[in-house]
Design a protein around this ligand. Structure first.
Ligand code: SF4
Length: 961
């Protein structure tokens, strides 16, 4: 049994002195930040991991998790062989027999080929925090199932979609704060888990250079602990703060009018007449649309001629305010206003006083913050002598710096109002003119992309056919109701109801609803669910106990409601027990992997960059990388992209696939951009290079392409950059990417709800919902859960975040990291705790309307009095992750998920507890109350759940000797 205080070391770093040593470079995967690392081996055994000083991302910096990767290799929770659930046993009982990989592939091939030949959507593939979505998405598309997504729908899709539908880029992998040139940094709703080491390096330099750092967050931990000022805010109210800041900036006329007129749709004319064009931009039928998907041929109102003119007419003077009537021409007599006028009206009532009552930040502080960001953006403006040419041919001698940078993450995103909140932030940043400018927000390739990118999801039964790849990628970006994934009867095409009228812009799917929907047969039943690296019976699901029952639910005939459940994971998580078939994955140190330009690369502001993992160790036991599993299955199932014209297997293995796969015949674009061309002489685009992996191995596992300075800024409208991005397939077109202050895409859905727009319309019960939330301008509304909660009883907000030293649920089997966190507390403001009679360190109950959990309290001054919080995913089921039966993780640690429902009944119908626009899980919307535990109560967390060992966990025996 694995015991933390055992005298028997799990690993002895001082043995075998004097033996041969070796250093191998690869990429960390102890969290998703993808730092470069060096694995130090002695006689082939991993003895030490440090940061790679030559890696551009982390420059040698390593965190506690990264250095502890060595103990992941030694984890007693490693699964080492394929396992098949014993016939007649129940899911969750851990009753397995070992089988060979050949048998596992035979079982899968037989089952999946039948599904593919009959009804491909009966196969669903959902993955957790993996970094290979370009491959898993390709697999799903080639299979022909729309039922595919990664974890984004329960992570931060609101952050991605809210930004991408506004500015064509987003935070973290795709963009971020330019702290090298910023003077003021405002961080909102961010814990310390995203962009971890790079953010720490940037913050350190920023603070040393005298920058001012303000953190807005209900909790002051992590990065916020070194902020110059912490502004506590009530969870789910950030949108109200942004509305008030916009109110102030517009009231004081402190916004970048030239930037807005030229680079956003602020000056473009919106039709105000009732009817099919209401709230939409008017188009000039006589001018070139440039981009047929999202045409640019709109109008502005020209101050000089007092008439509507094509929006990019040279010499025109567009206005931002006022109300006008279209003159002679195709739109004669129509009432129009510039989009900015509508924004001004939208924020006219959102005063600091209004926001103060919602956010708990004083009106005075909100006013001061508005002045502070405006004074920095405009008072400390600077010019960089970098010449560039815009999309309309105008040459500029410099780029203007507006040194206010923002950064935001899940604190904004994980609410049912997160999309509009994130839009609010993106519009606020745009008012300040800080988009892709020095000192503000800057993009990272492959972004910026069109608003939104042009991939569309399957939108009819005809897009899904037996033995045929999907006509469109499973995930995309709808721009109109006709893009929704609905059948001819209006029913959802996807098991998670993504892109249905319940969640029209669900760009990352809704993984959190898959199990519940599949068990209920709503919208239909499936046959096989394959889960990779996601703990869906524990910390990655809401309503944990009921979902665990769902996984074991049977029909009247005794068959499981989800007939076949495949789990691929490297460790014995709580989910593994429920599998019918377990596929043992490798660790990140035992496999090839790519951080691809087709997915989530590691690009920097100055150019595209991608990276790889190269194995430093042999796989343990019979572990096989999931990448290899997919290549093998794709070959056996004879997917067109994986099969030669003669019907033979095309790729030997995953490294061969990465080397030779091209997105289209002879496109020159593959998963990796480095050293392409047969001699490796071509960056980003070129024919496959058989020595590509070798080149990455020789170059710190990274390829960087440094763009010339004239391509590094203003990329939404930078002709040189846009030509480059099209040439290298970062975009399909090179037209300018206009900031959508006003979203006519949202308005199309709203019009559909009113019945004024021809074409697809929402069902009657969802019309009000679509109308309300698809406001083309940002707005704040209370989280949906408030509507069904007695706020006089459940007065507190409860949220979670990840600690700096652990990532997801992976790390509780890591002997070093669990010395930092073996259990979690509920952090309660001291005054709040005392009001409830809860002492520091005491056992207590936290209760929502959905459930209750017993835990231990910790008094804290670093949390807003109206909020309680805890670390996510530290609490475990008993015996899970190979921990001993009485480990702290299961006896003292707890999971807040028990208090959160995955569904809400609103207005008489039940929907997912998610953002009504994107389907983002509303993790942070739950309201709770507290009570002390009784003196006679058992001092152990509740509820208690048992997990079971699975066969083949050989290291456990060694560790527990
Ligand atoms: S920040 Fe993440 S990727 Fe970087 S060293 Fe730490 S765990 Fe590894």
């Amino acid at each position: 049994m694995f015991k933390i205080f055992s005298n028997d070391p799990v690993h002895d770093p001082i043995k075998k002195q004097g033996s041969t040593t070796e250093i191998k470079k690869t990429t960390c995967y102890m969290c998703a930040c993808r730092c470069g690392i060096r694995a130090h081996l002695r006689d082939g055994e991993l003895v030490y991991i440090d940061g790679n000083p030559e890696h551009p991302l982390n420059q040698g910096v390593i965190c506690a998790k990264g250095a502890s990767g060595i103990m992941k290799q030694k984890s007693p929770a490693r699964i080492t062989q394929p396992l098949l659930r014993k016939a007649g046993s129940n899911r969750g009982d851990g009753e397995f027999e070992a089988i060979s990989w050949d048998s596992a592939f035979e079982i899968l091939t037989k089952r999946l080929s039948h599904i593919r030949a009959t009804d491909p959507k009966k196969f669903a593939l959902f993955t957790g925090r993996d970094q290979m979505q370009a491959l898993t998405g390709l697999f799903a598309r080639q299979f022909g199932t729309p039922n595919y997504a990664a974890h984004g729908g329960f992570c931060s899709v609101n952050m991605a979609a809210g930004m991408i539908y506004t500015i064509g880029g987003s935070f973290w992998e795709f963009g971020g704060p330019d702290l090298d040139q910023a003077k003021l940094f405002v961080m909102i709703g961010t814990a310390e888990d995203h962009h971890s080491n790079p953010m720490k390096i940037s913050l350190s330099k920023f603070k040393r250079a005298g920058g001012r750092f303000i953190s807005i967050n209900p909790v002051r931990t992590g990065y916020s602990a070194i902020a110059d000022e912490w502004i506590p805010i009530k969870p789910g109210t950030d949108g109200a703060l942004f509305m008030a800041l916009m109110h102030e900036l517009i009231r004081l006329e402190k916004y970048d009018a030239p930037f807005l007129k030229r680079f956003s749709n602020s000056a473009q004319l919106v039709c105000m007449d009732s009817g099919a064009e209401e709230g939409l931009f008017l188009y000039d039928p006589d001018s070139d649309p440039i981009n047929l998907d999202l045409p640019h041929n709109k109008y502005i109102w020209d101050k000089q001629t007092q008439s509507a003119q094509p929006c990019f007419k040279q010499g025109a003077s567009p206005v931002l305010l006022g109300e006008y009537t279209m003159g002679p021409g195709p739109h004669q007599g129509k009432k129009v206003v510039p989009a900015f006028e509508l924004l001004k009206r939208q924020v006219s009532e959102t005063t600091p006083e209004w926001a103060s009552a919602i956010t708990s930040i004083s009106a005075e502080r909100i006013r001061k913050l508005a002045l502070e960001i405006a004074d920095t953006a405009f008072g400390q403006e600077f010019e960089l002598p970098i010449s560039w040419t815009d999309s309309w041919g105008e040459k500029h001698d410099s780029v203007t710096g507006r040194p206010v940078a923002f950064h935001a993450m899940r604190g904004l995103s994980a609410h049912s109002n997160g999309f509009q909140t994130t839009r609010g932030l993106a519009v606020l940043m745009s008012l300040l003119g800080t988009i892709d400018r020095p000192g503000g927000f800057r993009h990272k390739a492959p972004y910026p992309r069109q608003v939104p990118p042009n991939a569309k999801p399957p939108s009819s039964e005809n897009d899904i056919k037996p033995n045929t790849p999907l006509a469109k990628p499973p995930l995309g970006w709808p721009t109109q109701p006709e893009d929704l994934a609905l059948d001819s009867q209006g029913n959802p095409l996807r098991i998670d109801k993504a892109y249905s009228w319940e969640h029209p812009l669900a760009a990352h799917g809704l993984m959190h609803n898959v199990i519940t929907n599949a068990v209920k047969g709503d919208p239909y039943s499936i046959d096989t669910l394959m889960i990779f690296m996601a703990n869906m019976s524990w910390n990655s699901t809401m309503n944990t106990m009921e979902v665990r029952e769902h996984l074991n639910a049977k029909n009247a005939d005794g068959e499981f409601k989800i007939p076949f459940l495949v789990v691929c994971d490297a460790f014995q998580s709580e989910m593994v027990d429920f599998a019918d078939l377990v596929l043992p994955d490798t660790t990140y140190l035992e496999r090839h992997d790519v951080m691809s330009m087709l997915d989530r690369p590691i690009s920097e502001f100055d150019g595209p960059a991608d990276s790889v993992r190269i194995p430093v160790l042999e796989p343990l036991g019979e572990c096989k990388p999931f990448q290899e599993v997919l290549i093998e299955l794709a070959s056996r199932l004879k997917f067109p992209a994986f099969t030669t014209p003669e019907g033979e297997r095309k790729f030997k293995d995953y490294p061969d696939f990465i080397t030779r796969f091209q997105t289209a015949p002879d496109s020159g674009i593959g998963f990796l951009g480095g050293w392409r061309g047969k001699d490796g002489e071509k960056p980003l685009k070129g024919e496959p290079n058989p020595n590509q992996w070798q080149k990455y191995a020789e170059n710190n596992c990274v390829h960087q392409f440094h763009m010339p300075p004239e391509h590094q800024y203003m990329r939404n409208w930078n002709k040189g950059y846009l030509d480059f991005s099209k040439e290298n397939a970062l975009r399909q077109k090179n037209d300018p990417i206009m900031i959508a202050i006003y979203s006519d895409i949202l308005q199309r859905f709203r019009l559909a709800a009113t019945g004024k727009r021809p074409g697809a319309q929402p069902p009657a019960h969802l019309k009000d919902r679509i109308y309300k939330y698809f406001d083309p301008l940002p707005f704040w509304y209370p989280p949906l859960e408030d509507e069904v909660t007695d706020l006089s009883k459940f007065t507190l907000n409860a949220i979670t975040q990840r600690p700096m030293a652990m990532y997801h649920s992976w790390d509780s089997q890591n002997a070093w990291l669990r010395q930092i966190h073996s259990h979690n507390y509920l952090y309660v403001n001291t005054a709040t705790a005392l009001t409830h009679g809860i002492a520091d360190g005491a056992w207590m109950w936290i209760e929502s309307q959905w459930g209750k959990v017993k835990c231990m309290a910790r008094h804290s001054e670093a949390v807003d009095p109206g909020t309680v919080w805890t670390w996510n995913a530290i609490g475990k089921a008993e015996s899970a992750w190979s921990l001993s039966d009485n480990a702290d993780e299961s006896k003292k640690g707890f999971l807040l998920n028990h208090l959160i429902s995955e569904k809400l009944t609103l207005g008489g119908f039940t929907v997912s507890n998610s953002d009504p626009i994107t389907g983002q899980a509303g993790w942070y919307d739950v309201r709770v109350r507290l009570a002390p535990a009784g003196d006679d109560e058992l001092q152990e967390t509740w509820p208690q759940v048992k997990a079971y060992e699975v066969p083949g966990m050989s290291l456990k025996k060694e560790a527990g000797k």
